[in-house]
Design a protein around this ligand. Structure first.
Ligand code: ATP
Length: 603
């Protein structure tokens, strides 16, 4: 634990130093100055009271000296205010700098992790814990530490002053801090673990609240009348979260009352000693007031110091959690070292899948089993099979989205593990079943297919013309600059078929030799789907195309059809070959042919 705290502190300071060394230095200097001001004030008020007492009691005394002290007091009060306000401003500035730096670290991490991390709920929980108010959380241990330094300087100077009066005052002032310190450490830790344990519940709450607020889900929630049920789920979880938090808060406040009693007792003891000192020594009124202030100040500050030291413990657990997230590497990622070779474009021999088996992370059953397949350059392959047979998983493996542990996929003999992931993806384009409908402009919706060419409007118009998007553009109020949703700006909503064409244009905007379509037409009616596949076929004349479909009529257009069943490749051939084989494919084809025929026959 101690090692963890030290390591986290070192990481925190390396991080702070890297991003804000000037601010950091300024804040440390300010803190030292602010820390010395109280003892100066104490000394001044002691001098002042003694001088005023002389004037009142003896009618002698130096008025000019009293005014001089008064002016100094005024200057110190002003200096304190100026320094404290500068400190607050610098803190605010530092918080912004840290928020930016730490949030970018989190987002960079999320952007760079392999896709399978998104299959691990713990990864989300961890992300949820670390991504909120990072700037404040990062600043907190540092400001607490500065507070500790400031309080220590003041306490030390007060203690020196008290030591000149009597050693017992020093002891009593310090004793007050011990129980506070341990109590605060205990609750710092309890609160951290409470937050840790509640993260899955908090994510559940946020998800339910997102569903209630989301435009996409608004329709279905109304249609199925889910609103009240979701609200109840949300409020039950919220109540549970509050109950747990309040339980700890109740205990903490009760303990604080006990601590306050203890501090009051100690102050009672100290007051006794001061009275005894007045009786036994020749003490002036200024000293008496200054001792009272110093004792009270030391006790208050030592309590504060204990509080802060304990609080820093809770905060450092967060910092540790943050760096654990940033540095987290799943063992499977270690096993799949990224390749550095360039993709062998254009393909001469094709894609080879040899003995490929695949199991998703944190699961036990293989989803793909011993797949062997050779895809020739320019070949159009349709992948068919029942739900859950592994079609999407197979194409995701070909895209390099998941590391392969058994078997291999190679491109012209170069194993996928040897190819640089970025370069592999540059040479492929894809439309997923659940492609993203970006709430940005049309230009961005198409241009995201190849972000480097996003401003190449000539190329975009060419693609729009071939994919049929030009007909959509002509009806949009701001052409390519029209927002395709009302989520961010006053934009235009499109139909499913129109979105489909835009997704197709996005995929084709990336002019790559391999095109993968993972059932992107599922939302379309069969006739539109067929016309989309026809279009794709024409647009991808010389490209290697892999497409997943449930519609046998679309599969028929492929050069070759492969049939998946329970993670295995069970049939492969042309439509005619598979029909004459009269097995899986033939059954599915006839079942669908029958399905299409029924309404016609019943007319
Ligand atoms: N991210 C994942 N983590 C764990 N299991 C998964 C994941 N994705 C898919 N699976 C499982 O892998 C199996 C194959 O899924 P896959 O999506 O490849 O099938 P599919 O043939 O494309 O299905 P469909 O036709 O319904 O789209 C299914 O049993 C599914 O539950």
């Amino acid at each position: 634990m101690f090692l963890m705290i030290v390591q986290s502190f070192i990481k925190l300071f390396v991080f702070l130093w890297a991003h804000a060394r000037l601010l950091l230095t300024l804040l440390v200097c300010l803190t030292i100055m602010i820390g010395l001001l109280p003892v100066a004030t104490l000394w001044l008020s002691k001098e002042m009271i003694n001088e005023v007492a002389k004037i009142i009691q003896l009618q002698v005394g130096d008025y000019r000296y009293a005014f001089f002290l008064l002016s100094l007091q005024f200057l110190i009060a002003m200096a304190t205010s100026v320094l404290l306000n500068i400190q607050q401003y610098l803190n605010g500035k530092l918080e912004n700098v840290l928020e930016l730096a730490a949030q970018s670290l989190v987002l960079q991490k999320v952007e760079s992790v392999p896709l399978f991390y998104f299959d691990i709920p713990d990864f989300y929980n961890h992300l949820e814990r670390v991504h909120l108010n990072v700037g404040t959380r990062f600043l907190s241990p540092f400001t607490i530490l500065l507070e500790i330094v400031r309080a220590s300087i003041t306490i030390f100077s007060f203690l020196l002053f008290l030591l000149t009066v009597h050693w017992s005052l020093v002891i009593l002032s310090l004793i007050a801090a011990i129980p506070v310190f341990f109590v605060q450490i205990r609750f710092g830790s309890i609160n951290y673990w409470l937050r840790y344990g509640l993260t899955p519940l908090i994510r559940d709450i946020q998800y339910t609240s997102f569903l209630l607020k989301d435009r996409q889900s608004a329709k279905e929630i109304r249609l199925f009348g889910l609103g009240q049920m979701l609200l109840k789920r949300w409020s039950t979880s919220m109540t549970h979260q509050f109950t747990e938090t309040l339980k700890v808060l109740r205990k903490q406040q009760a303990t604080e009352v006990g601590l306050d009693g203890f501090t009051a007792l100690l102050y009672f003891g100290t007051a006794g000693i001061i009275i005894w000192l007045i009786r036994t020594t020749s003490m002036q009124i200024g000293e008496f007031v200054a001792i009272g202030q110093a004792v009270q100040g030391t006790q208050g500050l030592t309590n504060q110091l204990s509080n802060q030291s304990a609080k820093i413990f809770g905060e450092i657990l967060y910092i540790n959690d943050f760096f654990n997230f940033i540095e987290y590497e799943h063992p499977e990622k270690d096993a799949s070292d990224e390749g550095s070779a360039l993709f062998p474009a254009p393909l001469q021999q094709g894609i080879f899948i040899k003995g490929l088996s695949f199991t998703y992370v944190n699961t036990t059953n293989p989803v793909l089993r011993d797949i062997h397949l050779h895809i020739r350059p320019g070949e159009k392959i349709a992948i068919v099979g029942e739900n859950g047979s592994g079609k999407s998983t197979l194409v995701k493996c070909v895209m390099g989205l998941y590391p392969i542990s058994q078997g291999d996929i190679s491109f012209d003999g170069l194993s996928i593990s040897q190819i640089k992931p970025d370069d592999l993806r540059k040479n492929m384009t894809v439309i997923f079943q659940d492609f993203i409908k970006y709430a940005y402009t049309l230009q961005e919706n198409i241009g995201f297919g190849d972000a480097e060419r996003i401003n190449d409007l000539k190329w975009m118009q060419e693609i729009a013309a071939t994919s049929g998007v030009d007909q959509i553009v002509s009806k949009l109020p701001d052409g390519y600059q029209t927002y395709l949703s009302r989520y961010l700006q006053e934009g235009t909503d499109l139909s499913g078929g129109q979105w489909q064409k835009i997704a197709l244009a996005r995929a084709l905007f990336r002019n790559s030799d391999i095109v993968i379509l993972d059932e992107p037409t599922a939302a379309l009616d069969p006739m539109t789907e067929l016309s989309v596949y026809q279009l794709v076929r024409n647009l991808t004349e010389n490209k290697t195309t892999l497409f997943v479909s449930h519609r046998m009529a679309a599969a028929k257009m492929a050069d070759r059809i492969i049939v998946m069943k329970d993670g295995q490749l069970v049939e492969s051939g042309t439509h005619d070959e598979l029909i004459s084989l009269n097995k899986e494919y033939a059954q599915m084809y006839h079942a669908q042919a029958q399905w299409y025929a029924t309404p016609v026959e019943s007319r």
